[in-house]
Design a protein. Structure first.
Length: 122
């Protein structure tokens, strides 16, 4: 009887804690007024962007990129560094690999012969 009662209390506690953790209602959706304000702000920013010259747009993009890079963590920097592709370096490596002479049939046959193990005849 005690085991049944303990199991009942444990299950009630588990269900109660589940509902308590699930009730994370800190996030409130935008009200109608806030939605309209956000749309107006976006429209104003779009009009301001369209009024800018291409040089001003490029400067704004560069400033935003620099701000983002300054806020990046060390892990982000390492990841971005490894993700960047250098086209000039890639072209140089491709040209270098094409400069190497291809082996002849005799050289390939000799390489295969030297890399295979001799049979013992058993």
């Amino acid at each position: 009887m005690n085991k049944l009662l303990a199991a009942l209390f444990a299950s009630a506690f588990a269900f109660g804690m589940t509902s308590a953790f699930a009730d994370d209602s800190d996030f409130k959706p935008l009200s109608k007024m806030e939605t309209n304000e956000a749309k107006a702000a976006r429209e104003a920013a779009k009009m301001k962007w369209d009024a800018m010259t291409p040089q001003e747009q490029a400067a704004a993009k560069k400033a935003a990129r620099n701000k983002k890079l300054s806020e990046a963590t060390a892990l982000d920097e390492v990841a971005n560094e490894n993700m960047m592709y250098n086209a000039k370096q890639g072209a140089a490596e491709t040209a270098k690999s094409k400069e190497q002479a291809k082996p002849t049939k005799e050289q390939r046959a000799q390489d295969v012969k030297s890399s295979t193990k001799p049979t013992t005849g058993q």
